[in-house]
Design a protein around this ligand. Structure first.
Ligand code: T4K
Length: 373
């Protein structure tokens, strides 16, 4: 058994050039501007928009993806009503709805994309549904055409694109659709600022309102016009984000190679399946989920890998509706596909510091587990 190796964690915040980051950090210390929309935040926002390359888009960075979801919901002017959301997601997606005083309604997912199922959403639509919050899980693309059609029926669409930085659909960044989308730049994400997030939207007025909400609603020393919060990204985080963005193509390519190698190594194994590629989508390779035949096989593999200090993760198990705050009559819902997928999924280590040798090491352990007598 080997020592604990951070490179065998499900995620690892890898910077290719430490020297350049440290040198810029020294400059930041000298300048002494650490927060409150400093020059690095503005540069980071501008650089993200350049990367996205869609002139219709506007952006505001936030302290993290969770606060970004909350300020986006507020800025949409949603004061009361139901918001349809998947349970197959990270708890933050659903918490954000409750935190702004709205009412989450769980809907099941599509078994192919693992994103909200249009059929399930259609059945859940009632006059008090004011918004839908679909999640581009693992960087997979939701049924954007269906959700666009809901916007023409007066329903707001906020995408949780925490997993989807770099994903495109029909040649455009996935955040080009909906009323707004939210990214996470958490340490585990492809674009990584340590902590961080952003709201992206075509609506420049929404961006102005979010900037206010992120800074307590302050206009100037004498005027506060909204009950805002503190959701500002700091200069230190923006600096890390800028360096992460500089290497984004290299990072996505390295991840693509890891995924390709996993597939080559594992594709013939009995009892293991993978997600299929989606039409018109360029994937960002944020996660590499594999699916076992049963919960006991998934849990057995998870435990076996841990014995070898390989820290795969059961994203997302349990699904959100099975966590304590949601196990009540109010949120009760039958979600058979969510529960099935959640009980069989395992996300393998995937990041740009994972070399061929480590991918083979993980693959060999999986093979050994699945072919044991
Ligand atoms: N929506 C969705 C769909 C999301 O997935 C998330 C976050 C959000 C919204 C909210 O965005 P943020 O507010 O977080 O910006 C992790 C992350 O904390 C969380 O950001 C992420 N999703 C979620 C899927 O995963 P945990 O509890 O699994 O994190 P943790 O600390 O166990 O880290 C996972 C692995 O990553 C560890 O094994 C080690 C490695 N790691 C982690 C950290 C924090 C590092 O190598 N370095 C690090 O600094 O939630």
């Amino acid at each position: 058994m080997q020592e604990k190796n951070p490179r065998l964690f499900v995620a690892f915040p890898h910077f290719f050039d430490h020297e350049a980051l440290l040198s810029d950090f020294a400059d930041l210390l000298k300048a002494g501007v650490f927060t409150n929309r400093g020059p690095l935040v503005e540069r980071f926002e501008k650089s993200i928009l350049e990367f996205l390359n869609d002139s219709n888009l506007n952006i505001v960075t936030c302290a993290n993806g969770t606060l970004a979801l909350e300020v986006a919901l507020k800025a949409m002017g949603l004061k009361k009503g139901k918001v349809i959301v998947p349970s197959f997601t990270f708890v933050a997606t659903v918490h954000s709805i409750l935190n702004v005083g709205l009412d989450p309604v769980f809907c099941d997912i599509d078994p192919e994309t693992l994103c909200l199922s249009p059929e399930a959403v259609e059945k859940a639509l009632t006059p008090d549904v004011c918004a839908v919050l679909p999640v581009h899980v693992y960087g997979n693309v939701c049924d954007v055409e269906y959700f666009e059609s809901l916007r023409s029926r007066g329903i707001k669409i906020l995408y949780d694109a925490a997993h989807a930085f770099g994903t495109t659909w029909k040649g455009k960044p996935i955040v080009s659709w909906g009323d707004a989308s939210v990214y996470s730049f958490h340490a585990t994400k492809i674009l990584n600022s340590g902590e961080g997030g952003a709201v992206v939207t075509r609506d420049p007025e929404m961006i102005k309102r979010i900037q206010l909400l992120c800074n307590f609603g302050i206009i100037n020393e004498l005027e506060v016009v909204e009950v805002g919060t503190n959701a500002k990204l700091s200069e230190v985080h923006a600096l890390m984000g800028l360096h992460s963005l500089k290497q984004i193509d290299q990072a996505i390519q390295a991840r693509a190679q890891v995924c390709f190698q996993y597939l080559q190594n594992l594709k013939d194994l009995p009892g293991l399946t993978f997600l299929s590629a989606q039409a018109d989508v360029v994937n960002n390779f944020q996660y590499f989920p594999v699916f076992l035949n049963s919960k006991s096989m998934r849990d057995g593999l998870y435990d076996a890998l841990r014995e070898d200090k390989i820290f795969a993760r059961k994203y997302f198990f349990p699904p959100v509706h099975q966590f304590d705050p949601y196990r009540t009559e109010r949120f009760a819902k039958s979600l058979p596909i969510t529960e099935d997928i959640s009980s069989r999924v395992l996300c393998l280590p995937l990041h740009s510091a994972l070399d061929k040798e480590l991918v083979n090491f993980v693959s060999d352990k999986i093979r050994k587990f699945l072919t044991r007598k």
